[in-house]
Design a protein. Structure first.
Length: 404
């Protein structure tokens, strides 16, 4: 297959492309809170939460081959950790992020032990049970003193009437501004747009952290062990990979990272309950799975692209509450619906995508992009110009020694 252009990995053209892509992403991230309103920013935050949850699930399913339909429980663990510590004990929301990570990591490791002995549909059932049990546990009457029961958090006797940053009147000691070394980048947080932008940047920071952790893990020796387990567990064990320890570690990291978007959700909504936050239920776990599959499992950018597409499609089609709002071409297919057909339309698109591109949107890019630009990998054993120069120097020295 011929390409229109060919560039070498690590070359000037390759770096120019990377820098251009980084500038585009940065410009898009900056555009949302500065040029749009609170409604669009809220939608972007939903996409960012899905990105973080799907990236954490991708570590487990996409790279290690362990299916999980219970990651909504880990996201709920993060949300309830923030909700409890902030509303009941008056903690700063910032301090709840590491606590949520540690608690979810521990729960993930515990779940991984029975999961390490099973796989396939049986592992899916175990994790599905976790997603089903979590809402029942947090609404259990005997734990209502901590979780707020069915009504959720905050409760009437809460120390702080919010599960996030208590923004309001200064006379009541509430937060009005967010300063960084005396610099106030967002202005008055009591304004809806500024408050939404504040939540947005918190979500962006969480997504960046999750991406960097996932990238560092995938590119490391542990990442190679994960891929080996996914491809062939027997061969991985023969090569010296500790299956139980690797699975437990990856399950724990995946669970801990998934808790961080849960903390963002608790901060944004100001209240936590299974009925108020659908991502805490099985529906949320399935959504994470769909987002990852749509974008492309086993790729770092797959969950990010999948979450953006999912939120965009559901947001656009979610406003089709009447026949007049539905485009004329699609009206015969969805005009009969009594409710906005967003889920149905995305389901149809998902089925079509699985037939056309079973590896997701990133898989489509990997398949067809070489027809336009092909990136040639570096020669084996070299990392740049320096090793080549060193090899040439050694060769010349050896030749001179032979002549002597």
């Amino acid at each position: 297959m011929k390409s229109l252009a060919t560039i070498r990995e690590g070359g000037a053209a390759n770096w120019a492309f990377r820098i251009a892509a980084t500038v585009v992403v940065f410009a898009l991230v900056l555009y949302v809170p500065t040029k749009t309103g609170a409604g669009t920013i809220q939608t972007a935050i939903e996409a960012l939460v899905l990105m973080g949850a799907a990236m954490s699930l991708n570590l487990l399913l996409g790279y290690t081959g362990q299916i999980s339909i219970g990651h909504s429980a880990f996201l709920g663990m993060g949300a309830y950790t923030t909700g409890i510590l902030v509303s009941r004990y008056g903690w700063s929301p910032w301090y709840t992020f590491p606590v949520a990570f540690v608690l979810s990591f521990a729960l993930g490791v515990i779940v991984s032990f029975p999961a390490s002995r099973i796989k396939g549909v049986y592992l899916a059932l175990v994790t599905l049970a976790l997603a089903l049990v979590f809402p029942q546990v947090v609404t259990w009457k005997k734990l209502s003193w901590l979780t707020g029961g069915g009504s959720g958090l905050p409760t009437k006797d809460a120390q702080v009437a919010d599960t996030g940053f208590n923004i309001g009147a200064a006379s009541r000691g509430q937060m009005q501004y967010f300063e960084i070394f005396g610099w106030n980048p967002l202005g008055d947080l009591r304004k809806p747009d500024n408050k939404a932008a504040f939540w947005y940047w918190i979500a962006v920071g969480v997504v960046v952290i999750i991406y960097l952790v996932c990238r560092g893990l995938v590119k490391s020796r542990v990442g190679r062990s994960m891929v080996a387990i996914r491809d062939n567990e027997t061969a991985a064990a023969v090569m010296g990979v500790n299956l139980v320890a690797t699975k437990a570690f990856v399950f724990g990291i995946s669970a801990g990272l998934c808790a961080l978007p849960g903390c963002v959700t608790a901060i944004k909504t100001g209240g936590v309950s299974p009925e108020g936050i659908q991502s805490l239920t099985v529906r949320g776990a399935i959504t994470f799975l769909i987002v990852m599959v749509v974008g492309g499992a086993g790729s770092l950018w797959g969950p990010i692209i999948g979450a953006a597409v999912y939120v965009y499609v559901t947001d656009i089609t979610g406003g089709w509450a009447s026949d007049e709002a539905i485009p004329g071409v699609l009206r015969p297919f969805f005009g009969w619906a009594k409710i906005p057909p967003s889920d149905g339309i995305f389901a149809v698109l998902l089925i079509v995508l699985m037939f056309v591109a079973p590896r997701g949107l990133v898989g489509v890019w990997r398949q067809y992009s070489p027809r336009i630009v092909r990136v040639l990998p570096r020669p084996a054993g070299t990392t740049g110009a320096a090793p080549v120069a060193i090899a040439a120097t050694i060769t010349n020295t050896h030749s001179e020694g032979e002549h002597e």
